[in-house]
Design a binder for this molecule. Sequence first.
Ligand SMILES: Nc1ncnc2c1ncn2[C@@H]1O[C@H](COP(=O)(O)OP(=O)(O)OP(=O)(O)O)[C@@H](O)[C@H]1O
Length: 224
Amino acid sequence: MTLQEDTKLLSVHNLGCIRGGRPVIENISFDLPGGKALVVTGPNGIGKSSLLRTLAGLIKAHAGSMTLEGAEDDLSVGQQAHYFGHADAIKPALSCRENLKFWQTYYGHPTRSPYQAMIEVGIEDLIDLPAAYLSAGQRRRLSLARLLVSYRPLWLLDEPTSALDKASEHKLEVLMAEHLIEGGLIIAATHAPLGLVDPLRLHLDRNLASEPALDDALSEPTAH
Ligand SMILES: Nc1ncnc2c1ncn2[C@@H]1O[C@H](COP(=O)(O)OP(=O)(O)OP(=O)(O)O)[C@@H](O)[C@H]1O
């Protein structure tokens, strides 16, 4: 495949990780170009979250390699990724604005003000409220706003619609579409349809734990 100068490409080759002393993902290989999403599916406990956490650099890969070319090549994949996991990365004693300012300072590459990001997720009225006062869905939306205050090309989304109402789910669809149009990449682990247009798909299956199936991929899985 020929890469345009500004085209990003995430390449994952034979990735594996160990948790609790046993391998939970093995031999995961795929290519994901900028502008595309990869939807990861599979039964509970198969390793979807572990895959995302490994890509985010939160779990050490015990095998394989991953690179993200075309962005900041000197940074690791995790350093170029926003990780939106089950736990909301929110400090309850800080206001919503202070939480977003903290993350923007930490991540760098500012794209929107905290207030603009809060408008995007529809909770701008709560911007000066301590995050401890937010409902579960509001916390989730604040967590989502964290992705909007700083640019990172790769979004790693673990069950991103959990606790979101229908309007927020729709907003998430729009935000994901915008990120892809701008050449970003998304990997989403999900049990729910996410409204992504024509995503690549990786289904992890218990019987195929060492041979994940990647449909419609740029490169065939190379499980050995
Ligand atoms: N902190 C941990 N220590 C040890 N083992 C863990 C840990 N977290 C998860 N596991 C194990 O790793 C395996 C994969 O878990 P993971 O959370 O990645 O699955 P999942 O596909 O995301 O599941 P779900 O659909 O339920 O969210 C499971 O067998 C789980 O028991």
